[in-house]
Design a protein. Structure first.
Length: 299
């Protein structure tokens, strides 16, 4: 005969408390998720809405009539495709250069036997708090001949101090025995870095690469400062010009007729500027949290 044991009042109270906690927790998380998602859904829906619907409604979640006028307007000039090519090229090359410099410098600063390591770490942290400013940076870029060059969008921001510290902490968390055993087998520092450390640092590399890619894709101010030739402008600057034209102002580098309302064009511009990064994010999502947390465990 199976004996049925009744749960104690404390166990029932604990279960009831856990149930209430789960309900409140899931409700708050759902509310926060909606607060983040609903505005973006409104942006996407407004970009596909018809002129009449955009004018008559202030908030749209599901357009009653789909219209591609805003996207036809944005893509009606070949300069947009040139700008997309520039942004993709700068993003890929910039991310590669930044990761190469950041990973090499982070690995060096993570070695306790590096002479002057503490002073260099201090300079890195100092650069997070204080910078030369816009005008001195422009003068430096001009003095080295990078004006009107794509490298002016990459080299001045090639190494980010925050990303460097995260990657340095990740290398510091790896056991020293790995390096010692590799040196016993006759490997040099570069061999240890490329054959042992980098494969172990893939989560951190994926995370930092995403940070850098987003930075380069959103390049705007540096392009305004350093690129005088509008043919070399990245997509963000061209989209800004399109928004200006759609608002009834004159802008250089665009020659299309304004058909959709300015609000619809602004929404479509946001979608065009955001979707590429949203497409890239799922490929590094599984490494994102792990890489950021492992790099922030100890400093």
């Amino acid at each position: 005969m199976v004996q049925v044991t009744e749960r104690s009042p404390a166990r029932r109270r604990q279960s009831a408390g856990s149930l209430v906690f789960n309900i409140v927790n899931y409700s708050l998380l759902t509310l926060i998720a909606l607060i983040c998602v609903v505005p973006f859904v409104n942006v996407i829906a407004s970009s596909f809405a018809s002129t009449q619907e955009v004018v008559s409604k202030s908030f749209i979640l599901f357009p009653s009539t789909f219209s591609l006028d805003a996207y036809r307007y944005i893509l009606s000039t070949p300069t947009i495709f040139k700008g997309l090519g520039v942004s993709v090229g700068v993003t890929l090359m910039g991310t590669f250069v930044s990761m190469a410099l950041t990973s090499l410098m982070a690995y060096g600063l993570s070695r306790k036997y590096l002479y002057g390591r503490n002073f260099i770490n201090f300079i890195v942290v100092f650069s997070m708090l204080f910078s030369g400013g816009m005008i001195p940076t422009f003068l430096v870029v001009k003095s080295v001949g990078l004006i009107d060059s794509y490298w002016s969008l990459i080299l001045p921001v090639a190494v980010n101090a925050f990303n460097l510290i995260i990657m340095r902490n990740f290398f510091q968390a790896l056991p020293d025995e790995l390096e010692e055993s590799a040196k016993i087998d006759g490997s040099n520092d570069l061999g240890i870095f490329f054959k042992i450390m980098l494969p172990l640092a893939l989560p951190s590399i994926a995370t930092i690469s995403l940070f850098y890619a987003v930075t380069y894709w959103n390049t705007y101010m540096t392009a305004i400062l350093y690129l005088n030739d509008s043919v070399k402008w990245p997509i963000q600057v061209l989209l800004r010009q399109i928004v200006i034209v759609s608002s009834g102002m004159q802008a250089e580098g665009t020659s299309v007729d304004v058909i959709p309302p300015a609000q619809t064009i602004k929404m479509a511009v946001i979608v065009v500027a955001t979707v590429p990064m949203l497409i890239a994010y799922p490929f590094v999502q599984k490494h994102f949290t792990k890489g950021a947390l492992l790099g922030a465990v100890k400093g």
